[in-house]
Design a binder for this molecule. Structure first.
Ligand code: NAP
Length: 549
């Protein structure tokens, strides 16, 4: 959509120019040159080769430190460095062992930029906690990270690996593999979702991991889920810690800082929550149609003007008290209040085969994994707004998709439902999946129609599941927050929970679960927190109980 306000577009141009200047200065200050070697096949000009040249050209305009040499795959250097596929980009081979198979497109441009900076810096910029673990590695690690340009979770995991490879070039080598450019390698590893991280051919992480968890998984050559920092972790004092960087948390951050509260947001995965992977949003006021990730980027850059965001950091424990302690995998926050804006996570079908074939054809993210199924046959399970939006998205990108719904009527808004039939996307009504089958990857599903009581099988390459979300309340339960019968955080009209100083907002509260309502709840919670910090209701309760005694 075009911005008709000349003042706004001029402001944006100025901001973009300032950002560019800042990047140029950053590159100029880097101590090392960044030579790039691109290997391509003569006469074979595919989209990835073209995109690679374009992207590198754009980055080279930033600094003369970035140089490019292009060679044919038949060149002796290709043999020397064991390069066999086109395009392959080798980054500063004199100092690090990092290669990119495919092109740094879309979300991966972020990874590429950070890689160039870290390589130019000659340091991984890992946290002290991660460095301690990394130093325990005493034998070679060859990391492979599978990514795709449309995956908002991928840069976090790829950058974790780049940091490790830059920090320990003698032992750690890295291949970043665009799964669309290199489907055969992805097939060898049965990798059908992104990001996936392998070290020495062992799967060490599916999805984005906090940096410390990634490094621990790399050291142990086994997927780890939690990292508890050592006792001398950094301590940060705040008025408010917001757990979760979705629309509720980001809005709360803006409101809280504008009220004068020292506030931080902690998000363990991609910012924006579910919105980051929603293909198109059509009901957020001010935007007739906007990509979910674009909307998130706008919200995040707005929030960053006010609030510090600790992305890629996972909260592992919260201890209530007059001063509340929030422990992450990296540091300790001492805070007066906490806002739980932890959102919700994908609901599972809980049928045989679903867990085993996760990332092997079973997917919960059509924007991340959809491109891998172009021209292939998949089903989308669910009848709500998410399932229909995502089925349409898959259809538009050339995936042969069918919807499977357990009832004979969709829960999705009429507007979306009509688009299904307009695009000839067929629906298997009154049907449930009973089992997902496949050896290395999904090949067949077993269906049951509970109107006709008939069972059948269907050959498919993928099963996308969008059957709603379950509230993310693990931390809330651990710290003693009361939950509703449906498992959401119990709260009053002002977003206060049963534990003094702890509040809730967004999908974890239940209710309408729209982007706009989550943002509203975040704003409401931040305003309550501001009022309560001036006039703490829990102190009033104590005073009253002292009087009553
Ligand atoms: P949802 O609205 O809760 O719908 C879930 C669907 O999955 C329902 O059709 C349900 O069937 C089906 N289902 C649930 N459990 C199942 C199972 N075990 N097996 C088979 N099917 C099952 O979830 P959603 O579509 O993910 O949407 C979640 C929330 O986000 C909603 O409030 C939605 O409006 C919102 N959303 C908002 C936006 C936006 O603001 N732009 C975009 C997308 C989604 P039944 O119908 O039989 O219950």
């Amino acid at each position: 959509m075009q911005d008709r306000n000349p003042a706004n577009s001029a402001e944006r141009e100025m901001a973009a120019e300032a950002y560019l200047q800042q990047l140029k200065t950053t590159f100029e200050q880097l101590p090392h040159d960044i030579p790039l070697y691109l290997f391509t096949s003569k006469g074979h000009e595919d989209v990835f080769t073209h995109a690679n040249r374009q992207t590198i050209r754009a980055f080279r305009e930033l600094s003369s430190k970035i140089t490019l040499r292009e060679y044919d795959l038949g060149h002796e250097l290709a043999q020397k460095w064991n390069v066999t596929s086109s395009p392959t980009l080798i980054i500063a081979p004199e100092r690090v062992s990092i290669r990119w198979l495919g092109a740094p497109l879309g979300e991966e441009a972020r990874t590429f930029l950070e890689t160039l900076i870290l390589v130019g810096l000659g340091q991984g910029n890992l946290s002290e906690q991660s460095l301690r673990v990394l130093k325990r590695i005493d034998s070679p690690r060859n990391i492979k990270i599978f990514v795709s340009p449309s995956c908002p979770y991928c840069p976090q995991q790829a950058i974790n690996a780049v940091k490790a490879a830059v920090e320990m070039p003698d032992l750690i080598s890295l291949e970043i593999i665009d799964i669309q450019s290199e489907p055969e390698i992805a097939n060898q590893y049965s990798a059908q979702s992104v990001p996936q991280a392998f070290a020495n051919d062992v799967l060490i992480g599916q999805g984005a991991q906090p940096e410390e968890v990634f490094v621990l998984s790399l050291q142990k050559l086994e997927t780890q889920t939690v990292f508890i920092p050592e006792s001398d972790a950094e301590v940060v004092e705040t008025d408010l810690v917001i757990v979760g960087g979705g629309p509720a948390g980001l809005t709360a951050g803006i409101y809280a800082v504008r009220s004068g509260l020292r506030t931080v947001i902690i998000e363990r995965e991609a910012l924006g929550g579910q919105v980051a992977t929603t293909p198109i949003v059509e009901n957020y006021p001010g935007f007739t149609q906007v990509g979910g990730k674009t909307l998130v980027d706008i919200m995040v850059s707005h929030a960053l003007q006010y609030v510090q965001i600790f992305q890629g950091e996972a909260v592992v424990d919260i201890e209530p008290g007059t001063v509340i302690t929030v422990l992450t995998n990296r540091r300790k926050f001492l805070t007066k209040t906490v806002l739980m804006a932890t959102g919700a996570s994908h609901r599972h079908l809980n049928v045989p085969g679903e867990h085993r074939l996760g990332g092997r054809g079973v997917s919960y993210c059509s924007t991340c994994d959809g491109p891998l199924f172009k021209g292939k046959k998949v089903v989308m399970v669910g009848g709500g707004n998410s399932a229909v939006t995502e089925a349409l998205y898959l259809h538009y990108m050339g995936v042969d998709v069918r919807l499977i719904h357990r009832r004979d009527k969709l829960r999705a808004q009429d507007f979306l439902a009509k688009q299904l039939s307009a695009n000839n996307i067929s629906v298997l009504w009154n049907t449930e999946i009973k089992e997902i089958k496949g050896k290395e990857r999904v090949s067949e599903i077993v269906l049951y129609n509970h109107k006709t009581n008939e069972s059948s099988t269907l050959q498919v390459d993928g099963v996308f599941i969008a059957i709603g979300y379950t509230p993310e309340v693990e931390l809330a339960s651990k710290l003693g927050l009361e939950l509703t019968e449906d498992g959401y955080i119990k709260h009053d009209g002002k977003h206060r929970t049963n534990v003094p100083g702890i509040y809730s907002a967004g999908d974890v509260e239940g209710g309408y679960k729209q982007i706009v309502t989550a943002a509203g709840q975040g704003a409401g919670a931040a305003m309550t927190i501001f009022e309560d910090l001036i006039n703490p209701y829990w102190m009033k309760d104590q005073a009253q109980s002292v009087v009553a005694d």
